[in-house]
Write a protein that binds this ligand. Structure first.
Ligand SMILES: [Zn+2]
Length: 88
């Protein structure tokens, strides 16, 4: 199991932050919170963790989540996510 101390944090309150999800396989992936806000099924950080699937091992086994304020680097991350989606 993973520890998720801030799982109840509402996405709307951290709209300008990035979630870093760490898989048990060792991969870490960033998710820009503002890209998640339009999805009705995603309300809290825990909702994202429950649905996130690792792009490396294709499992839903998030062991940790980090909430970080990324500010201006969000655009670069969106590009990284698009590339990752294309691989799948
Ligand atoms: Zn993985």
């Amino acid at each position: 199991m993973f520890s998720l101390d801030r799982g109840g944090t509402r996405l709307a309150t951290i709209a300008h932050h990035t979630l870093w999800l760490d898989c048990t396989c060792g991969r870490s992936a960033p998710l820009a919170v503002r890209d998640l806000l339009g999805r009705a099924e995603l309300v809290t950080v825990a909702d994202v963790v429950a649905r996130a699937r690792c792009a490396a091992c294709w499992a839903r086994r998030v062991k940790a989540v980090t909430i970080s304020f990324e500010g201006g680097s969000a655009e670069a991350m969106r590009g990284a996510l698009a590339t990752r989606a294309g691989e799948g």
